[in-house]
Write a protein that binds this ligand. Sequence first.
Ligand code: SAM
Length: 524
Amino acid sequence: MELGMKRISKLEKESIAEFANRLASECNKESTKSRKKGIGQFFTPPLTADFMAGLSNTNKTSVSILDPGAGVGILSAAIIEDLKSKDKVKNINLVCYETDKQVLPYLKLFLQEIKKDLSKEISFEYEIVEEDFVKSNSGSLTSNLNNYDGESKTLFDVVISNPPYFKLNKRDLPLRKFKDIISGQPNIYFLFMAISAKLLSPEGEMIFITPRSFCSGLYYNKFRKWLIGKVNIENIHLFDSRKELFSEQKVLQENIITKFTKNPVDNIKISKTYNGDFSNLETIKVSKNDVVYKSNGHIFFRIPSTREELRVIRELDKLPYNFYRLGIKISTGKVVAFRNKKHLQSTITKDSIPLLWMHNIKNGRISWPASYKNKPLAIRNTDESRWLLLEAGNYVAIKRFTAKEQKKRFVTACIFKDDFKRYGYFALDNMVNYVYREENELSKNQVKGIAKYLGLPIVDLYFRILNGHTQVNASEVYALPFPSLEQLELFGKDDIEVKEILSTKAKEIQRKTFDKKVMKPLYA
Ligand SMILES: C[S@@+](CC[C@H](N)C(=O)[O-])C[C@H]1O[C@@H](n2cnc3c(N)ncnc32)[C@H](O)[C@@H]1O
């Protein structure tokens, strides 16, 4: 077949997967980074595709496969190779969805060539659906996804997918159909997951590589609840470095591979790759409750990836409180600079109220005024701006954005009543969260105790297991286990040590975690 100026066909000695990868390189040459980003097109690297296919347990003689967002067919190639290697399969039916006109000729060529290649051993039928996977399948779902029984649809034994990732405009979606799973602006990838879960045969399995974001955060809470009612998590795979996976294509986000199945699952297997090396996997088995964590009516998918991390969550889970139970709240600073420009001041006058940004958090306290990149120092106290202000009092300020690579996820500052007493108020930029109690204000020692507790390596590690993204979200802080207010008071006063807050075992983990060389850079 003619593609651009080139004639491409499968080489005699080339495997199906090698051929798919050669096509992907050719296809990539024709595209630009911004085009790929626009349509969410990043091809799966060969070792990752092999690993994903290897997670399939399908052992049937006739297998139906769905590859939504197929690209040139790398994942189809990997799963077909895997099925072939098991020497059992006689018939394969593959359905690929793809919308990109530039990639479609490659996909067509690929499937024609492998049909020829497989013809001696396996009966292989395929269909390329040149339609938007979400739109064309949401049409067959009822307004409530729960009610759709899938009778009129072809169901699949295996769904394997690296779906596109980009935010969708809600106006472009038949939202009624997705009301059970969407809150906020949806990213297309999780709609691929939801539809796929509905298209599985009774013993079907689906293997996805996606951003980790669906595992935590409020936006995906509905989806998580819905998903665990449909399928069971069987495998989770993490990548140690955000840079490693799509490095050639310069994609910088945290990705995970998840395998879900309709079959009952005893243990969830969690593995992790270091530097993209799948030959050296660290795998642990955990129970469903270690991963599917319910707190305050929310569901999170926690991902402990080492035995030590597993012990950390099991131990901290024994603590009896969380912010809800302690009557403590966490909110986001109210000042959005570009919306409140007219109230902001770069010089301090007699009607100024201190405005605090992330850069004012220094060594556990607030350093104000502090000039930084021409950021305004204060906010004018007027009737119109009053709603943006917080009364001087006792609070813990927490930076809202800290990346996985940073030493500490919780960067905090204690704020005491006396700090801003003479102004009566202070204001917080919305990149800063604040922790407070509405009735019975937190005492100074409780504030210190909370900040100290959030700074413990074991709590930091727990949070990383719970939260896979850069935001320190209120919903996940609410889900953190906490000791009682009395203990926080004593801890803040330095009257008790960590070991009296945490169980003895947790204290031991804390020491080991802290001592372990590999952890040192995180906590130094
Ligand atoms: C992240 S790429 C992955 C490609 C391939 N599965 C792989 O693993 O190499 C996602 C693919 O989905 C396609 N795509 C984007 N939006 C789509 C949609 N709404 N329906 C079907 N395919 C879509 C893109 O053109 C792109 O080829």
